[in-house]
Write a protein of this length. Structure first.
Length: 665
């Protein structure tokens, strides 16, 4: 009996132990794991902030009361995050929040709001001045599209007095109201969404365009037969656009879906986000007014421009890197890897590629663990005067131009450069063979380390590192690397949309937009989704060599070394000559004084002056061009002397052997 009982007791003990482990794991998960973070597009509320946030709020609220140990809450969190991201542009009318009732600090507030089950969804009206526990959504269907439509209904049920002020009317317009717009000139576009009575597309597009200026959106129903006949509408939903100049036409979109309508309207000329309210805004507005002038360059959004890539390389090598007087250790390795990737993959002009290859050969051949920056600068400026090496010293943005000099520019070109490199790596998988970097993560890891080490925006570097730690290790192929960078770039666009760094002329949207790649966009259960197979095809085409335009690149370049002062002056239009800005003080860092010289005298001028100035250093090691000539002369003389000595002793040794020869008897 004892023998038979022991295995049973052992099994029960093991079962009890496993149960304890499981319960402990669940408890610890609830205590340590946060389902939502500050990076998510929603508001994390607590007992300290809930009441004051809801009291007399200018917007309506949808709050999820959840428990971090609740299995359903854990599974539902991705849907809730997706919902918050989907209605991000609605925040002036309704905001989304979460509160964790499993947190000890929130026990009392959840009890006060009568939260008994998880998750519980509560709606709170705008401008509430008395305590209100909110209206509970009791439906079983918690799909994203259903909850989004309930948000629309909730906003529409507000009275005119308590409706959020920025929220436009969501009720349908009548026939006379719409027809009165015909031939009418105004300062903005007016779009009319014609739809069935049970459709939500029109109201959702109205809310999507709420943060944008110079466009108004109305909706009308298909029951207005005279309106449909007058506008020539035969299918629904459809959109009709009234232009500021009084003309009007049916909106031509590839798919009659909410995302396509909204994207089309956001990309209309002159339509941009409303300015962010800030004490710094007047200065930004001043920049905007002076940004678009005679220097504006027309460009094709479907093209990548070589001049953007070359300007980015110029800025990287001659300005950003200049803040590091000496490269050593991890900095030097990062720079070597960057040059390796660019030299092997950059699909540029022969003069630029040859310069990059020369820089790579020089870095690889040097047995040094420390290199002065000036040596790199001398190579970038081709102080050796090697024929065919040239990288323009002029910053010129085309596809990356902004509405002011402070917007877009270099960050845009750096993103573009690495997109091009990931596509080139996927198209030429053997390009990095025999470099020690022949793996799917080569370009991404190089970008990660470069941004963390050299990129001037430290906050940007921290954000990129966080994204890299999150999922970069999951990239297992070169094509996945292309998609990973595209996905993260869109993630950054989402985070920065509406911020002070956003260019109002180029709003940060999810890219590619429907007009560039209609097949990339689909809709599933009311939510926009990407067709990643089509996205990959588009990215390979867009960033491929054949789609890189040489327009605006300089066609004439010196065969050896930088331009002379005469050439620089001749190539600069009279209206663009510098006006003599105030120089930096003598004690300023070297790279700032260098930039000051470039501004004051013209980049080509400075390069030529440095070239012909006696005593200028060569490759940063303290030799002038005269010294180098003497070194070459001495080297040649030494070689000749050693060869003469070799032949002299060779002949002497042969004569000595003949003299001491004794024949055998």
């Amino acid at each position: 009996w004892i023998t038979a009982t022991i295995p049973l007791l052992f099994q029960m003990a093991v079962l009890f132990y496993l149960t304890c482990i499981t319960l402990t794991a669940v408890f610890m998960y609830g205590q340590t794991t946060r389902l939502y973070t500050e990076e998510d597009p929603l508001i994390i509320l607590t007992s300290d902030t809930l009441k004051q946030t809801l009291h007399n709020s200018s917007t309506a609220w949808l709050v999820q009361f959840y428990s971090s140990w609740c299995g359903h809450c854990i599974q539902y969190s991705p849907t809730w995050k997706a919902l918050a991201g989907d209605v991000r542009d609605w925040i002036q009318a309704i905001r989304i929040g979460v509160l964790d009732c499993a947190h000890e600090k929130n026990f009392d507030i959840c009890k006060e709001f009568s939260i008994h089950f998880y998750p519980t969804f509560r709606y709170f009206k705008a401008h509430g001045t008395t305590f209100d526990v909110g209206k509970t959504y009791k439906g079983a269907d918690r799909e994203l599209q259903t909850v989004r439509q309930l948000m629309v209904n909730f906003l529409q049920n507000h009275t005119r007095q308590d409706r959020p002020a920025p929220c436009p009317p969501l009720e349908p317009s009548g026939t006379e109201d719409i027809l009165s717009l015909m031939g009418w000139k105004s300062e903005h576009y007016t779009a009319v969404i014609i739809e069935d009575g049970d459709s939500y597309v029109g109201r959702e597009v109205i809310l999507d365009l709420m943060p944008f200026e110079r466009v108004a959106v109305k909706r009308a129903l298909t029951s207005e037969k005279r309106l449909l006949e007058k506008l020539g509408i035969t299918v629904a939903p459809a959109a009709y656009l009234f232009h500021p100049n009084g003309t009007h036409s049916i909106m031509d979109v590839q798919k009659r879906l909410r995302f396509f309508f909204s994207s089309f309207l956001k990309l209309l000329p002159g339509v941009h986000r409303k300015p962010v309210t800030s004490v710094h805004q007047p200065a930004l507005s001043a920049n905007k007014s002076q940004g678009i002038g005679e220097m504006w360059k027309e460009f094709d959004r479907s093209k990548v421009y070589m001049v953007d890539l070359e300007s980015g390389l110029h800025y990287l090598l001659r300005v950003e890197l200049a803040t590091h007087k000496t490269l050593e250790g991890e900095e030097l390795k990062t720079f070597k890897d960057f040059v390796t990737v660019v030299a092997k993959l950059f699909p540029g002009r022969q003069s630029v590629v040859k310069l990059l290859e020369t820089l790579l050969e020089w870095l690889v051949s040097l047995p040094l663990d420390k290199i002065p920056y000036d040596a790199i600068l001398d190579l970038a400026n081709n102080k050796m005067r090697i024929s065919g090496l040239y990288l323009s010293q002029r910053v010129q943005w085309v596809g990356c131009q902004g509405s002011s000099t402070a917007l877009r520019g270099y960050p845009c070109s750096l993103w573009t450069l690495f997109h091009v490199l990931t596509v080139q790596a996927a198209s030429r998988p053997d390009a990095l063979a025999n470099t020690g970097m022949h793996n799917p993560l080569a370009v991404l890891q190089t970008m990660r380390r470069y941004i963390g080490t050299f990129f001037g925006c430290s906050e940007c570097g921290r954000h990129f590192e966080a994204m890299a730690q999150e999922s970069m290790s999951q990239v297992k192929s070169l094509e996945k690397a292309v998609l990973w960078l595209w996905r993260k770039h869109n993630q950054v666009n989402t985070r920065l949309a509406g911020s002070m760094s956003e260019d109002p002329m180029f709003p940060k949207t999810q890219w590619p937009t429907p007009d560039l790649c209609p097949a990339c966009h689909e809709e599933q259960e009311g939510l926009h989704v990407w067709n990643e197979g089509m996205v990959l095809t588009f990215l390979k085409q867009h960033y491929g060599t054949a789609n890189i335009s040489p327009k605006y690149t300089s066609t004439s370049r010196p065969q050896a070394g930088p331009p002379t002062p005469a050439e620089a002056a001749a190539s600069t239009p009279a209206g663009l000559l510098p006006r003599g800005p105030k120089p930096f003080p003598e004690g300023s860092p070297k790279h700032l004084r260098r930039m000051d010289l470039m501004r004051g005298a013209g980049e080509g001028d400075v390069a030529a002056q440095m070239e012909h100035r006696p005593g200028v250093t060569f490759l940063g090691i303290g030799f002038s061009s005269v010294d180098m000539s003497l070194c070459v002369l001495l080297y040649a003389a030494s070689c000749i002397f050693l060869m003469l000595m070799f032949f002299f002793f060779r002949v002497r040794s042969k004569r000595w052997k003949v003299r001491i020869h004794r024949p055998y008897v």
